[in-house]
Design a protein around this ligand. Structure first.
Ligand code: PLP
Ligand code: TYF
Length: 394
């Protein structure tokens, strides 16, 4: 039987993680996989998460099944964090998922059930897992222009021109904030134009929001998703708690589906629950419960928001420091985009050869497309990176 299986392409980001671990140099710098790291290089359990887990250990009286769509209190709390009332309850169906990835997968399965002919439009570039999930589900896919390699900002006119070709019933994946891998994001005016275009085309947005709170703040990062979901009759939102709660391995996420009215919401909800049942039955609960406890308890919530703000400001500080270090070394402002980008990532714009040089010669690990995880830096390694960037001739 298994001789009929084909070899599979490996996940390049995960492969880089292994390569980094095996590098014996103690000066090495990991800018690969997208996990937040504190200045000592540790990915901490957030203070509010620890506190909620302690409470849970004391108070939890059962580990019996929850509901197929996940714990309703979690669904309410997380949908509140993302949408904050932008969509009426009577239009919002939702089901908890194993991480943001689970939510994206389930969203696309739902689309396939509703419209097997749908083309899925993805930004060029996008998170590689979008591409592999679409391929796995045997769906049609078309990229739309997104990143201008020269300015390292969004190529908005290219994006709008390409999205002008979407057909009714197609799906357009948008990053809610903190675009992965580029770090270049839509402004509010641009969100409005995209919303109008998708509305006119009768296309369905699927908003992947995995970094709420990592860009400009919890509220600011959700303005795009709130605008699009409150304006269009239908939309899908895949939310992840992996990064902003630091619960990566707990697999905590939510798929939300906005329908035009309550009748359609009821059917959509049945389909979301149905998909959970087919794929894994009950979603994981531990991370979801911890997130719900934090969001619903004012003291825990304040503690979490405070730490998230520290995380965000640390990354912003590193961005400014790196842009300044490069300005000082090159005498040019061409790396100023690093301070403009938001979230964990920036695409530096180096060639694969330059990326290789930085790895081999300087022990700096970034993804082959020159995506850097800014959180992998600290005050001391910024200068090492700036020297390497100049030395590699970027
Ligand atoms: N979407 C994007 C763009 C991401 O970068 C991630 C990252 O980890 C996710 C979704 C979902 O992550 P997870 O499945 O760990 O929640
Ligand atoms: O892009 C990243 O680095 C994160 C983490 O298969 C990640 O989103 C990377 C690869 C993967 C799952 C998560």
């Amino acid at each position: 039987m298994f001789e009929h299986l084909n070899a599979q392409a490996q996940d390049k980001i995960m492969a880089l993680m292994v390569e980094y671990r095996e590098d014996p140099r103690d000066t090495k710098v990991d800018l690969g996989v997208g996990v937040y790291k504190d200045p000592t290089g540790n990915t901490p359990v957030m203070r509010a998460v620890k506190a909620a887990e302690k409470q849970l250990l004391e108070k939890e009286t059962t580990k019996s099944y929850t509901a197929l769509g996940g714990d309703p209190a979690f669904v309410k709390a997380l949908s509140g964090l993302v949408l904050n009332g932008a969509v009426e309850e009577g239009r919002l169906a939702a089901a908890a998922q194993p991480g943001g990835t689970g939510a994206i997968h389930q969203a696309l399965e739902l689309v396939k059930m509703a419209n097997p002919d749908a083309t899925v439009w993805v930004s060029d570039p996008t998170w590689p897992n979008h591409l592999s999930i679409i391929k796995h589900l045997k769906m049609k896919m078309t990229p739309y222009r997104y990143f201008d390699n020269d300015t390292r900002a969004v190529d908005f006119s290219g994006m709008m021109a390409d999205l002008g070709n979407v057909a009714a019933g197609d799906v357009v994946i948008l990053h809610g904030c903190c675009h992965n891998p580029t770090g270049a994001n839509l402004n509010m005016e641009q969100w409005k134009e995209v919303t109008e275009l998708l509305g006119a085309k009768q296309a369905l947005p699927l908003i992947d929001i995995a970094y709420q709170g990592f860009g400009d703040g919890l509220e600011a990062d959700a303005l795009g998703v709130r605008h699009i979901t409150s304006t269009l009759p239908e939309s899908l939102i895949a939310a992840s708690c992996s990064k902003n709660f630091g619960v990566y391995r707990e697999r905590t996420g939510l798929l939300m589906a906005v329908s035009p009215d309550d009748k359609m919401k009821a059917v959509t909800q049945q389909n979301l629950t149905h998909l959970n049942r087919q794929n894994f039955s009950f979603p994981p609960d531990h991370g979801a419960r911890v997130v719900q406890m934090i969001l619903d308890d004012p003291a825990l919530r304040t503690e979490w928001e405070t730490e998230l703000e520290e995380v965000r400001n640390t990354m912003l500080g590193l961005r400014t420091q790196l842009a300044e270090a490069l300005q000082a070394r090159t005498g040019s402002d061409r790396f100023g985009f690093l301070a403009e980008h938001r979230g964990m990532f920036s695409r530096l714009g180096a060639t694969p050869e330059q990326v290789e040089t930085m790895k081999e010669k300087h022990g700096i690990y970034m993804v082959g497309d020159s995506r850097m995880n800014i959180a992998g830096l600290n005050k001391d390694t910024v200068d090492i990176l700036a020297d390497a960037i100049v030395d590699a001739g970027v």
